[in-house]
Design a protein around this ligand. Structure first.
Ligand code: NAD
Length: 331
């Protein structure tokens, strides 16, 4: 909870925070070269959120709290997301998760089960299939307009160019670089006298948003799909059923997902993966918790920026990537 400050002081601080957060977002989303940790960004973001809660008259459309992601790079064709690609609300501790659970149970009488999914630390992509064929791949961009990266995504071997059924659907997921590919890439760059990447996410983003698909192909990128945006012929009543269907269609999903009845079990899963994360072959920065049943999701609805029926629990910053100043940034 933010300490109560005067309107004048709040206004000044809000202006300051917005400038700072906009600069960090540009470095992160556009340049793929963050200069602060995600934890630091999240801390400032929540300070802004707190001040805007105290003084709602300070909220403006261009505030980082009202917007998703970054802008699109010149050189890529634009793609309009007919169904917006949103962000997620964040939780940082057990109390935040309990509050999420309390609010859900207040807003719907439906029986609530939660599905926990690993929060893969990469960048969001959207894949469109028509009659079973991959016709378009796009980045999230600002959530409404993304970049057309179809040629680049076609180089990712786990992305089927043709589904097992001739369905017309749109699915979304995370594009990431496996840890071992990241280490190898940085070794090669270091030996070649080039700057190394700060983390696998930056390397994946730079690879996917490269104007030369041959460069993308060298990065050994991979994907986990986690959402159906346009169901087409898919029939599912819950997130777990939808993900099982994606598996059947040949799309790659993450199999660590679990469904639970209570927030206490969710908290246990979160803690388990906080311990196990270092042993996974890919980076995760948290756990995404979603209400599993689609009819309950529908009742809970959306805010301008994120679904109310999901939340991202963020792990504390990982030691290896917090020492940003010791790392040379890559272009
Ligand atoms: P987010 O990272 O908090 O969560 C939303 C994203 O999670 C989705 O867009 C999706 O890409 C991803 N995701 C991974 N697995 C998922 C799953 N199973 N289901 C659903 N989504 C899944 O939100 P964001 O809008 O992508 O990014 C904001 C965050 O980016 C900030 O909280 C901060 O941590 C980081 N950031 C850092 C800087 C910096 O300078 N260090 C700057 C801007 C943003």
């Amino acid at each position: 909870m933010t300490e109560k400050v005067s309107f004048e002081a709040a206004k000044n601080r809000v202006d300051e925070l917005r400038l700072q957060l906009d600069r960090y977002s540009h470095e992160y989303y556009v340049l793929d070269k963050p200069t602060v940790t995600d934890a630091e960004y999240d801390r400032l973001y929540h300070e802004l959120l707190g001040l805007e809660e105290q003084y709602p008259e300070l909220i403006s459309n261009d505030s980082p709290t009202q917007r998703v992601g970054g802008t699109i790079l010149p050189g890529f064709e634009k793609v309009i997301h007919e169904i917006p690609m949103l962000s997620l609300g964040n939780a940082f501790n057990e109390t935040d998760l309990k509050e999420f659970d309390r609010r859900n149970r207040k807003l719907t009488d439906k029986n609530i089960q939660y599905i926990c999914e690993l929060k893969i630390d990469g960048l969001a992509i959207s894949l469109k299939y028509e009659k079973g064929r991959l016709v378009q791949a796009a980045t999230r961009g600002d959530g409404t307009v993304g970049e057309n990266v179809t040629q680049n995504v076609r180089t990712i071997k786990s992305v089927p160019l043709r589904l097992k059924e001739p369905y017309s659907i749109e699915v979304r997921g995370e594009c990431y670089m496996p840890k071992n590919s990241f280490v190898k890439l940085n070794q090669e760059r270091d030996e070649a006298g080039k700057d190394v990447f700060a983390n696998p996410r930056n390397a994946a983003a730079g690879g996917l948003r490269n104007l030369d698909p041959k460069e993308t192909a060298k990065r050994n990128l991979n994907t986990f799909l986690y959402t159906v945006a346009d169901f087409g012929e898919i029939q599912a009543e819950s997130q777990s059923e939808a993900l099982n269907q994606l598996d059947t269609l040949g799309l790659r999903t993450n199999h660590e997902r679990r469904v639970f009845d209570s927030i206490e079990e969710v908290w246990q899963y979160v803690q388990d993966f906080q311990e196990k994360r270092a042993d996974l072959p890919y980076d995760i920065d948290g756990i995404v918790i979603k209400v599993n049943d689609f009819s309950a999701q529908e009742e809970l609805g959306f805010t301008v920026k994120a679904p109310r029926w999901a939340i991202a629990y963020k792990f504390p910053a990982e030691e290896a990537y917090t020492v940003l100043h010791d790392i040379e940034w890559t272009v």
